[in-house]
Design a protein around this ligand. Structure first.
Ligand code: NI
Length: 180
């Protein structure tokens, strides 16, 4: 396994529409998925999409960690998961603001409008269908990673840029608010 280099915002590969994976079980896809999971863990990320490691294919990995401070009663921890050739269906017209970061936009966070509930479907490397209806953090991370496959980065979803900042400053401001 290997830690992969992560593309940062500004690199054109992040704006590309990715191609479907023709053989999810191919050795090079299995290796890519294992390396992406290792890279995500190494970077303390919640998700990573293939174009972020310079591979313009329709697959992403993610996890919902226990330590996430699970925001939703339906939100349960999920171990490392791969979704290949995903489809995502937003289950409501409602949008909620969710705080997000991105390994391709290091050091920054923002509140991004997302559907609170989605259904997604894809396959893993064994061709097993992964199909879930989810809410909370899980729904947010899936929308974020799916966007990467269509060349969309979270700032492109934002409406209120006053809710965009450096993680460090946002944490300082939140601590000051609590103290004050
Ligand atoms: Ni991202």
């Amino acid at each position: 396994m290997a830690i992969l280099k992560i593309a940062r915002m500004g690199h054109p590969i992040l704006l590309q529409n990715c191609e479907p994976v023709t053989d999810p079980g191919a050795p090079e896809i299995r290796r890519l998925v294992a390396d992406m999971m290792e890279t995500m863990e190494d970077a303390s990320g919640a998700g990573l999409a293939a174009p972020q490691v310079y591979v313009p294919l329709r697959l992403f990995v993610f996890r919902v960690a226990e330590a996430r401070g699970l925001e939703d009663a339906d939100d349960v921890p999920v171990g490392n998961t791969v979704v290949i050739n995903p489809e995502v269906e937003l289950l409501t017209d409602e949008r909620v603001l969710r705080w997000e970061g991105c390994l391709s936009i290091p050091g920054l966070r923002a509140a991004v409008p997302r559907a609170p509930r989605v259904r997604y479907r894809g396959v893993d490397c064994d061709g097993t269908v992964v199909e879930r209806e989810v809410s909370g953090f899980h729904a947010g991370v899936v929308q974020h990673e799916f966007d990467h496959l269509n060349g969309i980065l979270y700032p492109m979803r934002m409406k209120d840029f006053s809710l965009f900042g450096f993680t460090e400053e946002l944490a300082r401001a939140a601590a000051a608010r609590q103290a004050g």
